[in-house]
Write a protein that binds this ligand. Structure first.
Ligand SMILES: [Zn+2]
Length: 306
């Protein structure tokens, strides 16, 4: 595993925009709503804090890129735990339970690179645009987050610059490197969802979230439905069309890469045995689907049929 303590490719221009200058095509990561110049010391992340993300199998040879925006539940020491107790920190609001273990197994099985975030989505949500009100959430699933109240623009900027930006810059850099080398990767984002939300028992085992590009999502759902006893959600339990997600838009849609977002129910992958089982399922399903040549073309137009 390669751990990048500080990714130097992320830059910030005078207007406060993060960008990654990648060869010919600069990837403009996000516009910052309350742009501030880089904050003075002290930095948010101290020497004993983990790096904002890690990359597993960066040289993986499959034309597939995996990432988990909500893999981690670390907190920078300076933020303590945002005022939350152990009970809240164990819940789904802090992270996607089980997804890192599943991602590691899938990365190994498919020989694909995998990006894992280290910090809790409650510090900053790496799958939200920086202008989204839930980027640094005031509450999550009706739990107030005391340490996110009343932040100054400089405090918001620190979280953006030290956690969000390096992760997305590195993801963008690896994709651009693959493209420069003549490979068109498929982009798959991995998440997990809580079995019960607002009193509703969610019936799905796995869901595929997608928007206009059907190239991966539709064959993936069809193939998943062939597995015994699986309930497969089509844009469930969330929709790829509601405009909230950031990473797939930035790293796949914007570049015309085939993609999908997979949601796996947390109770199925909380333990290692479940992660083994689901890695095996997703391994064989993706192997059956990924060979389609159309997935390794860039489609920059409106929509795309499978
Ligand atoms: Zn998630």
């Amino acid at each position: 595993m390669v751990t990048l303590r500080r990714f130097r490719g992320a830059q910030i221009d005078k207007a406060g925009r993060f960008f990654y200058a990648a060869g010919r095509n600069a990837v403009n990561l996000a516009l910052m709503q309350d742009a501030q110049p880089p904050s003075p010391t002290p930095a948010l992340l101290g020497p004993d804090d983990p790096a904002p993300f890690s990359v597993v199998n960066p040289e993986g040879r499959t034309d597939l890129l995996l990432f988990c925006d909500h893999a981690g539940r670390a907190f920078p020491a300076r933020l303590e735990t945002l005022g939350l107790g152990p009970r809240e920190l164990d819940q789904h609001i802090a992270w996607d339970i089980g997804i890192a273990g599943l991602g590691r197994r899938l990365s190994a099985a498919l020989d694909a690179p995998l990006f894992l975030t280290a910090y809790s989505r409650l510090v900053i949500d790496c799958n939200r645009h920086l202008t989204d009100p839930t980027s640094i959430p005031q509450e999550s699933d009706r739990t107030p987050i005391p340490g996110n109240r009343g932040l100054t623009p400089a405090e918001r900027h620190q979280r953006q610059a030290e956690i969000f930006a390096p992760y997305h810059a590195a993801l963008g850099a690896l994709i651009q490197k693959r493209l420069d080398d003549g490979h068109v990767p498929v982009v798959v984002s991995l998440h997990s969802f809580t079995p019960v939300m607002n009193g509703f028992q969610r019936p799905w085992h796995v869901g595929v979230l997608w928007n206009r590009d059907a190239r991966l999502a539709v064959p993936l759902m069809q193939r998943l439905a062939q597995e015994p006893d699986l309930v497969v959600g089509d844009n469930e339990p969330y929709s790829g069309r509601d405009g909230h997600g950031y990473s797939i838009k930035a790293h796949a849609e914007a570049l015309g890469l085939a993609h999908g977002l997979l949601e796996i129910r947390q109770d199925l992958i909380a333990a290692e045995a479940g992660q083994d089982r689901w890695a095996a399922i997703l391994h064989r399903v993706l192997l059956d689907v990924l060979g389609r040549p159309i997935l390794h073309e860039r489609h920059l137009g409106e929509g795309s049929t499978p």
